[in-house]
Design a protein. Structure first.
Length: 265
């Protein structure tokens, strides 16, 4: 409850508190609740009880859950207003709205980097014939590194210059995303909209809502795929395409069980 301090140092209950104090307390409580709701809804309090008909399988109380029809009741703080919410939070990462918003941003950024990284892992091996973990070594050899084996595209010889370019370009892109860059405002710092939407992905809200779900699902899969590529490289010393070709040629011999004894403990 709210206790008011009366002249003489006496505390009184809300029933004897001055109307101005009660109004101030109520206004503060409403403002605090509004701030929490704003953060938890991505600065836009747009949560609806029922999602549009075409999106009900992704959002809202009728969305698909992580274990299908066998899923337990989702936590109370997961209402289905965010893309990729399948009602599973065993560790309680989403109980705090501010922490949840930060985790969601970090997950989406890692998902996008994983999708780009996986595309690079596959293309470096299929187009240039070099495993992804050995591609950087080519920069140190005589003649440097030709991107995709073509000297007319990118010819890299200086490691310091290459790192400097990467830091500047990636740093500028991240600053542009987080701070708005020279052409604010954005619909949000994580999705297309506002002044930066060259493909028009944010024109239709329903289409964008479905694309958000597809993006996070593919991004989560890409993060697991990258982890698999890392483990394969450690155990086999080859890239994923070479591992796939060897497995297809002799699936009963070349598989994960063949590497169980590679490291002894």
């Amino acid at each position: 409850g709210v206790l008011a301090l009366q002249p003489g140092g006496r505390l009184c209950a809300p029933s004897c508190a001055p109307p101005a104090a009660m109004a101030f307390a109520a206004k503060s409580a409403i403002s605090s609740a509004a701030r929490v709701a704003s953060v938890s809804n991505g600065a836009k309090a747009t949560m609806a009880a029922k999602a549009p008909a075409g999106l009900s399988k992704f959002y809202g109380p009728d969305r698909g859950l992580w274990l299908g029809p066998f899923s337990p009741e989702p936590p109370a703080w997961l209402q289905g207003e965010y893309p990729g919410d399948y009602g599973w939070d065993a560790c309680g990462f989403s109980t705090n709205p501010e922490t949840f918003a930060r985790y969601r941003e970090q997950e989406l950024m890692h998902a996008r980097w994983a999708m780009l990284g996986l595309a690079g892992i596959i293309s470096s091996e299929t187009l240039a014939g070099v495993p992804w973990f050995k591609a950087g070594e080519l920069m140190l050899q005589d003649g440097g590194l030709d991107y995709l084996g073509n000297p007319s595209l990118v010819h890299a010889q200086n490691v310091v210059a290459t790192l400097l370019v990467e830091v500047l370009v990636m740093g500028a892109a991240e600053a542009f995303r987080a701070g708005g860059g020279p052409v604010p405002p954005f619909e949000g710092s994580m999705y297309p909209g506002g002044n930066f939407d060259p493909l028009g992905l944010g024109d239709d809200p329903d289409t964008l809502a479905e694309l958000k779900v597809k993006e996070i699902k593919n991004g989560r899969l890409a993060m697991f795929a990258c982890l698999g590529c890392f483990i394969q490289a450690i155990y086999t010393g080859e890239g994923p395409m070479a591992n796939l070709a060897a497995h297809q040629a002799n699936p009963w011999t070349v598989n994960g069980f063949a590497y169980f004894d590679k490291f002894s403990f």
